[in-house]
Design a protein around this ligand. Structure first.
Ligand code: XIL
Length: 306
């Protein structure tokens, strides 16, 4: 009856939300996560600044809280995110040579992905229980590589360096690349498709592409075309990884849900939070539950679309 159950009845893997200790401490929020969501993504606790703020010294308390909660409650987990130019400690951004940056990326991935390796067999299929988002946001709007310490020092080779490290650390996890503004079949989507085809031409490094879908009102019209185009890169999965929509228009939510249902490679939808009161887009009321954790009209629209 809840979002996740209805999503699974449609043959999809989950309907999820981000969470972390702050939201797992709120009883009303947890009740909704339990009843309506089948998957969680760490909102902040698995990012580089949270896990390796100083070089070689790892902190897992926040991410452990999220992972342990998910395991005890039978929820799937999407890891987020191993390599990102944002929420990245200054000691990483200031590395200037290839050999050091390569070993720093490898060490980070080995430790973070290794911590959670093989822990999660929630749905009896270890290959789909834990997915790792390796990269967030490596493209510009025109589809070219974004300038960051990773691309500036290593060029495009940082992609294969990172995916190789993740694959050898946790061979059963699905490995994803994830970006924003992949909301229609635009230049950035085309750039992503070209990048993934190029990287995967021999070895299949990348299993899936995530589109975040932080949408404005009336921004959902291109969602199905975006998912279809991303899937045309040959990846086995695509997913909507951080959905929220300004003012939570029922039409937009319906359109996005139907888009995922219509594209066979779309495995699931994750909204970027449960309640508006904890949303990173404060003032936008973009989520499915109101400030008191009560379902909004958009929730009913999603249930109907499912
Ligand atoms: C956001 C979190 O929700 C905020 O709490 C944090 O202050 C900034 O990051 N794209 C991403 C997410 O991949 O990790 C971001 O999450 C939202 C945009």
């Amino acid at each position: 009856t809840g979002l996740d159950a209805k999503m699974k009845a449609k043959g999809k893997k989950y309907f999820g939300s981000c969470a972390d200790s702050n939201t797992l401490n709120i009883a009303a929020n947890v009740a909704v996560l339990k009843s309506d969501f089948g998957q969680v993504t760490p909102e902040n606790s698995m990012k580089w600044d949270a896990t390796e703020n100083s070089r070689g010294s790892f902190t897992f308390s926040g991410a452990d809280t999220l992972v342990n909660w998910a395991v005890s409650n039978g929820k799937m987990i999407r890891g987020h995110t191993l390599v990102w130019h944002s929420q990245l400690p200054g000691w990483v951004s200031s590395i200037g040579d290839k050999a050091t940056l390569t070993s720093v990326i490898q060490n980070h991935i080995t430790n973070v992905a290794g911590r959670y390796k093989g822990k999660l067999y929630v749905d009896g299929d270890p290959g789909t229980s834990l997915t790792h988002c390796i990269f967030s946001e490596i493209l510009n709007e025109d589809g070219s590589l974004r300038s960051s310490v990773f691309s500036n020092v290593l060029g495009e080779s940082f992609v294969t360096i990172a995916f190789t490290a993740a694959r050898s650390t946790d061979p059963s996890a699905k490995l994803y690349i994830n970006d924003y503004n992949l909301d229609s079949n635009n230049a950035k989507v085309q750039g992503m498709v070209s990048l993934v085809k190029r990287i995967n031409a021999g070895t299949k490094y990348i299993d899936g592409i995530g589109t975040q879908m932080h949408l404005e009102a009336n921004g959902a019209g291109g969602a199905q075309a975006a998912l279809t185009a991303l899937a045309s890169s040959g990846v086995s999965e695509v997913a909507i990884t951080e959905l929220d929509i300004k003012s939570a228009s029922t039409n937009d939510y319906t359109t996005v849900v139907k888009a995922c249902l219509a594209v066979s490679q779309c495995v699931g939808i994750t909204t970027w939070g449960v309640s508006d009161v904890n949303s990173w887009r404060s003032g936008n009321t973009p989520l499915l539950f109101d400030n008191n954790y009560r379902p909004k009209a958009a929730y009913n629209a999603v249930i109907t679309a499912l």
